[in-house]
Design a protein around this ligand. Structure first.
Ligand code: AHM
Ligand code: MG
Length: 356
């Protein structure tokens, strides 16, 4: 589809067809079915699209409206200062799923425990996990931010609020994706049939298909990591960074928002990392609503996601807000980082000699 759009001008009927390829229609096309499950997934994606539009609209006027920018004054369950947009976006997702009949339980970065929508619980069959605003530190500078989501089948009943049935690997995800609030607002998703991107057309108020079956290049020049943490990393990660510093063909890009950095790598190849540090050996990013959904996407796009020792999608969390180190992106680049980790693990030192 991308080639058709960018290289070959489309005939008016093809153009119209593309403009009518909305997110909900695309989900049904992907599943080639009008079954109840397909209708559910289509409806879930429509609701997520509505949340994206509401958040996007508020962001687009952030500098003009009172009460949008800045801190809320609260500290979340992660011990981080909460921004007003975090609170708003968190509530948007809850609100759009009210009376949907689809989702009984939502879990997010901003809530210590899952949130229940009681009116949906008798029939709700899905759980939504989400990071309402990824890259919160970018909000007040008007830089790119995102939202990340993951959909799982609701299993069991955790009315004690412990959400034990959520503590399963990322292979249990039915769908995952993100919204990127950049110069345009994009929604990228997968339901296990490839990775597809949509752009919000403000004149229509709809997400329209921009690119389908996205494949990440096997290798890319970009490495994306907060090098300010260099002296806090394990020696193996420092070995990798020294390697890219000493070899031509690498370039650093780090925006402070995972979604934006991931989006670039999905299209251009390369690797994003948030390794463990001395202070946080498990890294910063959370499994259920940050690294696992993006791992689902990257595997669908032909790439890889690892903690350094295990595929992200195989990690079983021990709590709702479990964190994991993450190395994610092009197959060859993730493999290169892992090879430095293996070298140090097996004490095939010096790793630099191995990779020179
Ligand atoms: P957030 O969801 O609280 O915004 O945290 C996640 C963000 C990622 O988007 C980004 O990659 C990373 O944290 C940036 O952290 P740091 O400032 O430590 O580099
Ligand atoms: Mg986040």
């Amino acid at each position: 589809m991308k080639d058709e759009i960018t290289k070959n001008p489309l005939e008016p009927t093809q153009l119209l067809d593309r403009d009518c390829t909305t997110l909900s229609r695309h989900v049904l096309q992907q599943l080639q079915s009008f079954s109840a499950d397909a209708q559910d997934l289509s409806a879930l994606m429509s609701r997520i699209a509505l949340a994206a539009k509401l958040i996007s609209r508020r962001l687009s006027r952030a500098g003009l409206v009172e009460g949008v920018l800045g801190f809320s004054g609260d500290i979340n369950v992660q011990g981080e200062s909460v921004k007003r947009m975090d609170v708003y976006a968190n509530e948007v997702f809850i609100s759009v799923f009210k009376q949907s009949g689809l989702v009984c339980r939502l879990a997010s970065e901003e809530m210590e425990k899952p949130y229940y929508i009681p009116e949906n619980c008798p029939i709700g069959r899905y759980t939504l996990l989400y990071d309402p605003i990824d890259g919160s530190s970018n909000i007040d500078s008007n830089l790119n931010i995102g939202s990340i989501f993951s959909i799982r089948q609701q299993e069991g009943n955790d009315e004690n609020g412990e959400a034990l049935d959520l503590l399963q690997s990322g292979r249990k995800q039915l769908a995952a994706g993100y919204i990127l609030y950049g110069p345009s607002t994009m929604l990228v998703y997968s339901i296990g049939t490839g990775v597809h991107s949509f752009t919000l057309d403000p004149s229509l108020g709809e997400f329209i298909l921009s690119n389908q079956n996205i494949q990440v290049p096997e290798h890319g020049a970009v490495y994306s990591v907060n090098e300010g943490n260099f002296w806090q990393w394990d020696e193996s990660i420092r070995d990798y960074i020294r390697y890219v510093h000493r070899h031509e063909g690498y370039t650093a890009r780090y925006s402070g928002a995972l979604v934006g950095d991931f989006h670039r790598i999905l299209h251009e190849g390369g690797v994003f990392m948030y390794p463990g540090t001395i202070k946080k050996p498990e890294g910063k990013l959370r499994l259920l609503y940050e690294t696992a959904p993006l791992a689902f996407l990257i595997e669908q796009a032909g790439g890889q996601a690892s903690t350094g020792t295990q595929d992200i999608l195989d990690v079983v969390p021990d709590q709702l807000h479990t964190r994991t180190p993450v190395i994610i992106g092009s197959k060859d680049d993730v493999a290169l980082v892992k090879s430095f980790i293996d070298d140090r693990k097996h004490e095939k030192n010096p790793a630099i000699a191995t990779h020179s």
